[in-house]
Every structure is written in C-alpha cells, then in structure tokens.
Design a protein around this ligand. Sequence first.
Ligand code: BMA
Length: 340
Amino acid sequence: MTAPKIIGPALPNMPWQERPAGNNDVVWRHAENPIIDWNPTKDIARVFNSAVVPYENGFIGVLRAEPRTGVPQLHLARSKDGLSWDIEEKPIVWIDEEGNPYPPNYAYDPRLVKVEDTYYIIWCTDFGGAALGLGMTKDFKTFTRLENPFIPFNRNGVLFPRKLNGKYQLLSRPSDSGHTPFGDIFISESPDLVHWGKHRRVMARGGSAWWQSVKIGGGPIPIETTEGWLLFYHGVSGTCNGFVYSMGAALLDLDNPAKVLYRTKPYLLTPETPYETSGFVPNVVFPCATLHDAETGRIAIYYGAADTYVSVAYTQLDELIAYLKENSELVPGDAIAYKG
Ligand code: BMA
C-alpha cells in the first residue's frame, strides 16, 4: 500500500514543530501558543477563528477581529513565518460588483481559499439574520462582495479549493437565529457561485460520541489527498455550563464529497490548556484554516481558542489517516449522499 499523500504544492516555509517527546497524540499544540494574544493592536481586543493562506514569500491572513465595541469584522494580516502577524488596524473595505461601498454589519468566522486565480472569502454575515457572505479578491487590495449564497440562517461556509465536474462545492451548516442547538454539515454545488443547488447532507451530528452530539460544522478548507478530501471540523457537546467545542476530522470521497468515508469517533483536540478553557467564551477550539506541505505531509491547523486567541496545532498526514481509519464511526445518515 502506498503512503497517503497531500495533492498540491510543497510549502517548506510553513510553521512546524515536531511532536514533543512523551506526547502520543495524533494532533499536538504549538509550544508557544497562543500566537495572537488579547489586545493585539490599539483598537482590537480579540482575534480568533481566523484564516490564512500562503501568499508571495510568506502568508496572508483574514482575521476575525473584535474591536472594543464587540462587533466582529474581518481584518487583513501579513506574516513571514505564519506565527508572528502584522495586523491591519482597519477592517477590510468591501465593494459590491458595481463598485459601490458594501460594508457588512458584522463579519465573523472567515474561511479563505484560492480557486484558480482568485481568492475567495466566506464568512458569517448579517442578511436579515446570520447567513453566509461571499467575496473575492485577486490582490488583497480590492475586495468585492458577490451574491450571498444562501438565505438565513446559515454559518460555517467552506468552499473547496477546486471545482468538481465544473462546479464549485460549498459546505455549510444551516442554523437558527441564536446559538443553534442543532446542526449537520451539508454540501451544495454551483456553476457560477450565484446559483446553488443539488444540496446533500454530508455528515450528521450525533452517533455514540458525545463531543459531537449537539452540532458539527466544517472547519478549514478541505485538503485534497490521495485518500480523499481531508476535512477538519468542529463538534459541540452540551454541558451544564454551556457548549464545548472540540475538533475532529473526516475523509470525504474525492469524486463525490457528499459521501463521508471515515470520521473520527474520538475528538482530535478538545479544550485542555488555559488559553482554550478560559477566555471570552471558555472551552472552545474552533479550527478555520490549515497550511500544509505536500512534500512532507505536514499540516498546521489554525484554530480559535476560547473566542479570544489564535492558536496552532500540528499533525502528520499519514499518521492522521491511519488514526482516522482505525477510530472511525459513521453516524446514521452519513455516507449515503442523503437527500431526505
Ligand atoms: C459559534 C460561533 C463561533 C464561536 C462559537 C463559540 O456559534 O459564533 O464564532 O467561536 O460559537 O462561541
């Protein structure tokens, strides 16, 4: 059997630390977490649940930043090493397709992906209720909002890095107007990023594992591998002190990502460290992006911690896939391109 491989370019300058001695976890934390702390700029109180991609000789980020009003907006940031970030004090300025100003009332939980020659940003926006916002840029100077993909309520939009059968593929998580005590991951396709359809349920909450019993939502942009699309996702359990957000992973079929092949029964990461268990919202790990190197199979996962910090964790593709296959449990409704 050939070892699983990431399909894509090498990224030798991505952040990386070896698994610490004595640690047997398949995902391990960056030793200097969090990489973005409280009050990182004059006006921004907290940065978390943020997205990064390789850009020019380094990295660029679209961050969820909360100023002291508490209203989240998206801010650009640049980094040479992926760990130390230079954050723009002012939010991204959006225009509509006619060139008129089109600022979101709020914007949070961005995902960032390059498809062909364009970078797309998907976030949670106000559309008479929480819904997915979609915008594009080619140069990180001009940012154009496109049609909102779906009516409210919806969150956790994750666009695939390439079209399949000529169609864009978008994961999403239908929600409610509040903190949503339910939620499964769906996929929809579009020929033009305007008309979306052929909706399928990819993965359901629940199963025998409690960490993902209340709701699940897509995380970083799926990574194309020889074994399928690798999707990190968040799963939520309800406790007497509120929700707890953990992270798992799934492999989706390469040609038909509506079909889940494997998904982790145990979580891969759960709030344990002080920067995950305490902060503005305690007990949250919320992955939104990865950097990965096809040459070595290294993956760095960027996650929001306690709705306060940006943190990084690492994993190695071959070990992760082996773990995923050995510790998988599908949930009723999974893997059947569910339409009902
Ligand atoms: C979700 C989103 C996330 C947040 C999480 C925990 O509903 O708002 O941005 O990290 O709750 O508060």
